[in-house]
Every structure is written in structure tokens, then in C-alpha cells.
Design a protein around this ligand. Structure first.
Ligand code: SAH
Length: 224
């Protein structure tokens, strides 16, 4: 079931941040191979411009990553769509952990799909802004200021974990905090060698697929 969003009046209009702009983005995502109608509906509904600085709002529905301050970015819509699609392919997960809240957009997309979302961010200032956005939109998302390389042990296990910053290797804590049958989607590898991996935890081990090349900001240690 889709969550009910509290939209601001301008988000319903026809301008650069209105419904027509979101419809065009959805059309573009379709052309770029995104097939999951649930994901397209969520991204066609959620006001991405409310997750970036007002000065950049007119570019919110371009298919591009944008700066959100403190050296971080909101991911490119196609990447958000592809990762979300990869997470949903074996059925809608009930509880998901996101590592790297950033702007809050990816977490909000998942919550809009009716998923119970937990998200961890290491930069306090970004997390505070994201929490304000969740409140404004009426989205119930659990968040924590911490080093997400450790996952969120107190709330584990999760049906799926999505990592939105790139580490040199997979984090053992993430695989350990999945239910049996659970999915981990994570960018792994340094610089231009970064690959998006999907792993599935089984009773007798882990299976792995390579979903292609990606570029994410680095997964860093400690908090700020
Ligand atoms: N999902 C975000 C993408 C933000 S970019 C969005 O939709 O906007 C990645 C984010 O991961 C940054 O905000 C960065 O501060 C955060 N990050 C990097 N390393 C981290 C870590 N170890 N734990 C938690 N967050 C981390």
C-alpha cells in the first residue's frame, strides 16, 4: 500500500517542480529500462525537489545527482529507481535498513512504497534536515546518527539492506543483519571500479549478482 503524502501546493502544479515534471521523469526512467510500476508510481508521486536546496529545485527532475552540501550528493533518480527495483524483485520487503540517509530521498521512496524504513547517517547536519523533510511529508521513518558500517544491530534482522555509499568491500555486519532470504544491495569497490552488487542470504551461504558499474560517494568511518 502506498503511503499518504502531505504535498505542498506547488508540488501539484505544472511548473519545474510540479506533477508534469515528475511525469516526464517517470517517462525517462521507463525509457532507460525501469520496469517496476510500484517504483515508477512512488517516484512519480514523491516531490524530489523537497529533498534538495531551493536554489537547485528547478533541476530536481533532471536525471542527475545533485549536491546536498557537506561534500555529499542526492543520488541520480535512475540509480534510486534501479536499486529500489533490485530490492523489490523477490517481493516487497517489510522492513528495510538504509545506510547513508543523505537527503532522505531514497528512504522516502521506500517509505512511500509502504515499507517500514530504518536509515543511518554519519553526518548529523544532513540527518537533521532529512528528518525535517520526513515530518513535512508525513512519512514515518526511523533514523539514527551513527557509523552505518555497523548496520543497526538493535533493530536487526532486516528483510533487505540498501547501502547508498561505496565501500572498498562488503561489510560483514550488513550480511549478518539480514533474515534468511534477505537481500543486500550495495556499491562495492574503489573509484572507477565500483560495482553495484545484489546479494541474497541463504541458509547455506550467500549468492551474488553484479548489477553493473555505478559511482557513489565513499562509505566513511566514524561520525561527523
Ligand atoms: N541515500 C541518499 C544518498 C546520499 S549520498 C539520498 O537519497 O540522498 C551517501 C550518504 O552516505 C552521505 O550522506 C554520506 O554522509 C553517507 N555515509 C557515508 N558513509 C557512511 C557511514 N559509514 N554511515 C552512514 N552514512 C554514511
Amino acid at each position: 500500500m502506498m503511503a499518504k503524502l502531505t504535498l505542498q501546493p506547488e508540488a501539484r502544479g505544472l511548473g519545474m517542480t510540479g506533477q508534469r515534471a515528475r511525469d516526464r521523469l517517470v517517462q525517462r526512467l521507463r525509457e532507460q529500462g525501469i520496469r517496476d510500476e510500484r517504483v515508477l508510481l512512488a517516484m512519480g508521486t514523491l516531490p524530489r525537489h523537497q529533498f534538495i536546496d531551493e536554489a537547485l529545485a528547478s533541476r530536481a527532475y533532471e536525471d542527475t545527482a545533485l549536491p546536498i552540501g557537506l561534500g555529499q550528493t542526492i543520488s541520480q533518480p535512475w540509480v534510486v529507481a534501479r536499486m529500489t527495483e533490485a530490492l523489490l524483485e523477490h517481493g516487497l520487503p517489510r522492513r528495510v535498513l538504509e545506510i547513508g540517509t543523505g537527503s532522505g530521498y531514497q528512504a522516502a521512496v521506500l517509505a512511500t512504497l509502504g515499507i517500514e524504513v530504518h536509515t543511518v547517517e554519519r553526518i548529523d547536519e544532513l540527518l537533521r534536515t532529512a528528518r525535517r523533510r520526513f515530518r513535512q511529508l508525513g512519512l514515518d521513518i526511523r533514523s539514527r546518527h551513527d557509523d552505518g558500517r555497523l548496520g543497526w544491530p538493535e533493530h536487526a534482522p532486516f528483510d533487505a539492506i540498501i547501502v547508498t555509499a561505496g565501500g572498498a568491500a562488503l561489510e560483514p555486519a550488513h550480511l549478518a543483519q539480514l533474515v534468511e532470504g534477505g537481500i543486500l544491495v550495495a556499491p562495492v569497490g574503489g573509484g572507477s571500479a565500483q560495482r553495484l552488487l545484489r546479494l541474497r542470504r541463504h541458509a547455506d551461504g550467500v549468492s551474488q549478482e553484479d548489477l553493473g558499474a555505478v559511482v557513489f560517494v565513499p562509505l566513511l568511518a566514524g561520525v561527523q
